[in-house]
Design a protein around this ligand. Structure first.
Ligand code: DC
Length: 230
């Protein structure tokens, strides 16, 4: 089965958007695009090329290099997950690390970066059957998406989930650092001038602070079934 429309999923950092998107993609045979991974890949490029130092971006250098940044996704049949490729290199692991997380919201507020990534996201979604998650999918990337979700959870719960994930990967980080980083990213994401994180008027709010993944999936299945019958 494939869906004749795109699904836009927006929400705060570490609220489980990608868990929802992956489940929907796998159930309905849709293509899943994690747009946060694209901003993370550009951030990694900046870090590796000395374009970002002490949280300051050399804007003119970044703009001159934007055409040299190519981001693709490959499907890993073993993990059944999509992985991010930056200029031919699989960077899926490194872009999830704390250092990239700590710098990404600075890169994500640069207009030229957003324009480049949004254009490529819209191109990917042209044919439909795409589930995309991010911060501005329902408002800017696919303003006409038939189903829009806005996902959130309390900051403590989100930080705990992220902390557990990072610990599993062996990262040396404290809960307070993770919570601090998350709060800072929420602040950047919601208060930046360009494409801030806001709930689209026609998006359905899902607060999963006290929701099991099973209940959440059932709720979303119901929403998709309703949209399909409209
Ligand atoms: O979803 P994530 O935490 O991997 O996203 C990483 C950063 O990228 C986050 O700070 C917000 C930003 N982002 C954005 O500004 N717009 C998007 N569509 C996706 C992510």
């Amino acid at each position: 089965m494939s869906l004749p429309f795109n699904i836009a999923i927006d929400g705060h950092s570490s609220c489980g958007k990608s868990t929802i998107a992956k489940a929907v993609a796998s159930k309905y045979g849709m293509r899943y695009i994690d747009t946060g991974a694209m901003y993370r890949a550009v951030t990694l490029y900046c870090m590796r090329n000395n374009i970002i130092n002490d949280k300051k971006v050399d804007l003119s250098v970044l703009i001159s290099k934007l055409d040299e940044i190519t981001i693709n996704f490959v499907f890993n049949a073993e993990t059944k997950g999509s992985e991010t490729i930056l200029n031919g290199e699989n960077v899926e692991q490194i872009i999830r690390g704390f250092e990239v997380s700590d710098n990404v919201s600075i890169v994500a507020q640069i207009q030229q970066v957003r324009e480049k990534l949004i254009a490529s996201q819209q191109e990917i979604g042209r044919e439909g059957n795409v589930v995309m998650d991010g911060r501005d999918i329902g408002t800017k990337v696919f303003p006409d998406a038939k189903l829009k979700l806005f996902v959130t959870a309390s900051s403590e719960i989100r930080a705990q989930r992220r902390y557990d994930e990072l610990k599993k990967k062996g990262e040396k980080v404290t809960f307070e650092e993770v919570l601090g980083n998350l709060t800072q990213r929420d602040d950047h994401d919601t208060n930046r001038k360009i494409n801030p994180l806001v709930q689209a008027k026609d998006a359905i709010l899902i607060d999963n602070s006290d929701l099991t993944i099973q209940k959440q999936n059932a709720l979303i299945d119901e929403l998709i079934t309703t949209k399909l019958s409209e």
